[in-house]
Design a protein. Structure first.
Length: 271
């Protein structure tokens, strides 16, 4: 009974109440935090859902009508009709028109997502088994991002989503993300930003987002990449420009690329 009530409440709760991470018994998308995600939500809610509901109601009506109108007791002598040209034309033409109506706005959204504007910040995300590594090529910064184990979680850190080193970006800036993998296929996905791109070894995919609200946003690898697929989350912390510059100053010391590479060489040499 409790689960049923929670489900009903989640349906009646407006989308704006959803947070930037998944909630128990949540229905619908996470709260949009970028223009791209807002376009996706509008396309789904204002076009796809009405079409889906209309088709479902129409098909249900046809099934009920056929069961009643053409039941055996009402038709002791079965009809010998084999086809109807008008019906066959309609059931071919109407679905084609529906697909065209859906295709035009979806192509616009896809084109908008693939057309990357001039970037304010460029980040490289590398998928490993099973964690993410990040680089800021223009800032000489590189670090790894591991999921925080249950026993080490602090208050307000979500299980299976919190990481030790978050990806930090400024608000209202165009963030270009270069995505690749070191071993197997992964996928870098952030629902609140409407971003999802495959991470392919030996190739670099590109995407972008422009976060409109300060906060912490969570995602996960969305490719079945192996035994710990469910344990390589993505955490992006969106901060003000001042906070970003302050973080950048410390990160250039803590995550300096040359120092990290030197440490890796020492580890390899000690093996």
């Amino acid at each position: 009974m409790k689960k049923i009530l929670l489900t009903i409440l989640s349906i009646l709760t407006p989308a704006v109440a959803f947070a930037n991470q998944p909630k128990d018994w949540q229905l619908g998308f996470q709260k949009a935090a970028s223009e791209s995600m807002r376009d996706i939500v509008n396309f789904h809610d204002k076009l796809l859902l009405p079409i889906i509901i209309a088709i479902s109601v129409f098909v249900l009506f046809l099934m009920v009508y056929a069961c009643i109108r053409f039941r055996a007791s009402a038709n002791p002598v079965p009809s010998k009709r084999t086809h109807n040209v008008a019906v066959e034309v309609l059931w071919t033409l109407i679905p084609c028109l529906i697909l065209i109506v859906m295709a035009v706005p979806s192509f616009k959204i896809l084109y908008k997502q693939d057309s990357i504007p001039k970037a304010d910040v460029t980040v490289k995300a590398i998928g490993y088994q099973w964690y993410w590594g990040y680089e800021y090529p223009d800032e000489n910064i590189i670090f790894d991002s591991y999921m925080i184990e249950d026993k080490d979680l602090k208050e307000n850190q979500p299980r299976l989503l919190a990481v030790d080193n978050e990806l930090v970006v400024p608000v209202n800036k165009v963030i270009k993300v270069l995505i690749t993998a070191n071993d197997v296929l992964h996928a870098w996905a952030l629902p609140s930003f409407g971003v999802k791109r495959d991470a392919v070894p030996g190739r670099i995919n590109e995407t972008w987002f422009k976060a409109e609200e300060v906060g912490t946003y969570y995602g996960q690898c969305s490719e079945l990449c192996g035994i710990k697929h469910a344990f390589m989350p993505i955490t992006v912390r969106v901060v003000s420009e001042e906070e970003y510059q302050e973080w950048l100053t410390g990160a250039k010391i803590k995550f300096a690329k040359e120092i990290n590479e030197e440490d890796q060489f020492k580890k390899l040499a000690s093996k």
